[in-house]
Design a protein around this ligand. Structure first.
Ligand SMILES: C[S@@+](CC[C@H](N)C(=O)[O-])C[C@H]1O[C@@H](n2cnc3c(N)ncnc32)[C@H](O)[C@@H]1O
Length: 259
């Protein structure tokens, strides 16, 4: 087996996310000291203001006592909720900065987790190690998402649960990118796949149809893939118009998959 440090396919992705942990930009945190309690609280309230449905998808407290692996902890906002809910927490991320921020964040509240900087395409855990694997908005950034999903299945115990979110291609977010970078630049032939890969966060970001998500998780025994209309879809579109658009055109596809 390759060691994770030997896989540099995600080096551009790592460089992008290492500049700043996800969701911690200046417009969100303002001029408060880095890693202070107020800094973290601003990040938390901004996140759950925009994505309040994370609580109903993850149901943090329902999993009390379970052994959890979170893939792509980012700034650790959800990881803190898992630790608060009394799970035995393990977390990984591609970047040093995410691990540093998440470690500092848990310590501030007297909580701990086993955190490691690794590429989740190769997970350094034995088979059947976890009751629950969680990953919100991460796997679509990897060069080989299917490898991460195979690893998730490997490290889950029998009947273990994956909870996560992947981006949806047939969404208003992807359509707005196409209008901006395809249509308005005289390149209507550009595909949704192409504009998402080039213009959404780190290089090579992927976005899926529901059918493709089901395909990615086809080796799991039960899979639900539920699209959700988000604030990112509604942004800069009149509310009367977004009210007419069904959830299946949403940017987030929330997934529950039983091994
Ligand atoms: C959009 S952020 C999401 C972070 C967090 N889950 C959240 O919802 O705020 C993506 C995170 O995934 C991490 N990531 C991307 N590819 C990864 C990989 N192959 N292995 C581990 N982490 C990865 C990035 O470093 C970054 O912290």
């Amino acid at each position: 087996m390759l060691s994770s440090s030997m896989n540099d396919d995600n080096e551009d992705v790592r460089r992008y996310w290492n500049q700043e942990a996800c969701g911690t930009g200046l417009p969100i945190v303002g001029e408060v000291p880095d890693l202070s309690r107020e800094w973290f609280e601003r990040i938390e309230s901004y996140r759950y203001g925009l994505e309040p449905f994370i609580h109903s998808v993850a149901q943090f407290t329902r999993h009390h006592g379970k052994r959890l692996l979170e893939i792509g902890v980012g700034a650790g906002t959800d990881h803190l909720q898992w630790a608060r809910a009394g799970l035995d927490c393990h977390g990984v991320d591609l970047t040093e900065r995410a691990i540093e921020v998440t470690r500092a964040r848990l310590a501030l509240y007297g909580l701990t987790s086993n955190l490691q900087r690794i590429d989740a395409e190769i997970l350094p855990f034995p088979d059947q190690s976890f009751d629950l694997v969680y990953s919100w908005g991460v796997i679509h950034h990897a060069e080989h998402p299917e490898r991460i999903i195979a690893e998730v299945r490997r490290v889950l115990k029998p009947d273990g649960l994956f909870i996560g979110m992947l981006y949806g291609r047939h969404s208003l977010v992807a359509l707005k990118l196409w209008v901006k970078y395809g249509l308005l630049r005289g390149r209507p032939d550009r595909t949704l796949t192409d504009v998402v890969a080039e213009h959404m966060e780190s290089p090579g970001t992927k976005a899926y149809t529901i059918r493709e998500v089901r395909g990615l998780f086809s080796r799991f025994s039960q899979v639900s893939a539920t699209p959700l209309m988000t604030a990112y879809d509604r942004r800069r579109i009149p509310s009367w118009l977004t009210a007419l658009v069904p959830d299946r055109w949403g940017w987030f596809i929330c997934i529950h998959a039983v091994k």
